[in-house]
Design a protein around this ligand. Sequence first.
Ligand code: FES
Length: 284
Amino acid sequence: MAAPSPAVGLVLRAYPRRWRERYGVEMAALLAERAPSWRDLLDLARGGVDARLHRLVRPPTQLVAAMARREVVMAAPVSRPYGVVDKQPIGEMSRRAFMGRMLAVGTGILALEFIGGTIAFLWPQLRAGLGAKFSLGTLADIIAKQPSFANGWPYSVAPVRSFLINVPAARELALGREASIANPSADQMLALYRKCPHLGCQVPGLCDELKRFTCRCHGSTYNILGEKLKQGPAQRGMDRFAVQVNANGVVVIDSSQYTFGALDRQDVKFLTFVDAAPYDRKCK
Ligand code: FES
């Protein structure tokens, strides 16, 4: 058998030692019989990288194809002495390794199922009530149910425990003036959460006398836009839900999105709206 050229020897060095032990002699014999082209050398080099990256190593594909076409004649197999097999054959997996991998895969699947199930269980599924979106109907529907909404009186929305406020009309009402505004835009409406920000009592409806909200538990008082006034221990104004008007003109309160009421600064100058009654008065 002719010795392989230095280039072939160099490229064969790219293969892992175990690969060379198994295929090296045969491959060198093949290449000695047929002067390898640069494509063969490239294929050999690529096979070397592949053999280092993957345990299931194979001879380079182009040379194998050439063997199949009998362009390259396989050298006679090199006889090897038989003996005790003390190593796992290359490319084969031991039973222990196989069981270990299957155990790891099974444990991984179980862990994923557990994590996925827990997340699905804890994920909010609210489709109705507090925490969900609630459609009130169009403004015409709301005014048909409660005509005074156009005049600034709050519209109570029990499923999401809130008051819908027609802001421009409500300002006029609290200033003692008459107004009728039947088509406020989404950003001209507020949805005030009726849970008092002090200790959570339900804030009752607007008092006729002052056009303010006063919590009966400890007397916290808010103007018609839910801003905290002087009376009462609450530390901020009434919280607000997002209000949207969809493409069909339906008013929607999204109670999954809310903003805290403004911090109580104990001073009238921090209010965005000052009504007609004294700052420190509360409803009787
Ligand atoms: S809970 Fe409303 S003032 Fe205390």
